[in-house]
Design a protein around this ligand. Sequence first.
Ligand SMILES: [Zn+2]
Ligand SMILES: [Zn+2]
Length: 362
Amino acid sequence: MAQHVQGVIARAKGAPVELTTIVIPDPGPGEAVVKVQACGVCHTDLHYREGGINDEYPFLLGHEAAGIVEAVGPDVTSVAPGDFVILNWRAVCGECRSCRRGRPQYCFATHNAKGKMTLVDGTELSPALGIGAFAEKTLVAAGQCTKVDPAARPEAAGLLGCGVMAGLGAAMLTGEVGRGDSVAVFGCGGVGCAAIAGAVLAGASKVIAVDLDPRKLDLAREFGATHVVDASREDAVVAIQAVTDGNGADVCIEAVGNPKVLEQAFYARDLAGTVVQVGVPTPDMRIDLPMIDFFGRGGQLKPSWYGDCLPSRDFPLLIDLYLQGRLDLDRFVTETIALGEVEEAFGRMERGEVLRSVVVIP
Ligand SMILES: [Zn+2]
Ligand SMILES: [Zn+2]
């Protein structure tokens, strides 16, 4: 039987988000209803509200979540009611040209629930990234539920569902940071700090954090940065060369989504090094590099979607590292808030006052 619960929606472009009653249908084949315990506030939620993704209002926001499976569709065997899960937006199909070649982390046909969550008047909701977890319950595809050790705090675990995974994966998976590598991370918000943590986990010998905000550089140190560069006061490329014997870093990770920053990452890289771009650009941005520099420096330029993660492989592993004290996910949780406080949290996020505000649902 369909259930009425509270959820946070964006009804129109630029309008403040609102807490309202939404209708969750029973799970159909291949689907699950999840009781959400915690959901982080991400820039992408704000982009949806502002019409930056598409204009399929109303949106049910929220997508960095963990919770308990409440019910599953008739054919679902991957998860069962009572399982503690992190929600993901990469439910792989197993059949597309990428999956068939053994590269499911790039699946080109990921899927979401087919059933529709609605407002009480029947208006269909568009769930953010196919999840919609600023809600007491949400309907997702079963493949969007990744079972992990229930000993993890939901407010920390849920962050692996998006930004923190993107950053960890940018270093560990896309950038393939290895033991002894020097790594520079540009932009020290949630994604950048996760990239720093990932570089440390992967055995980097130097981790250089670059930002314009000294508060973010302090955070970067807490996550393991060995050097920090305040790019409002010094040239980031020169500063990175100075701490890498004049060479540049083996892996440079752009976690801002800005062409000037990407250019710095490009030139702050050692010969044959790797640039990873995980910061999300806007459609108007362009890059313009001398082709001789592109060729002459060798190496790799690699965009990173969702940190190239495969949730079923990576989430349980990272939760195990978290529970062993080797990955400090708790440090990303600046504050916990109630479901009705998302709009205020957007403001704090835009002003750079938080790494993550996390909605906790009792
Ligand atoms: Zn696929
Ligand atoms: Zn996100």
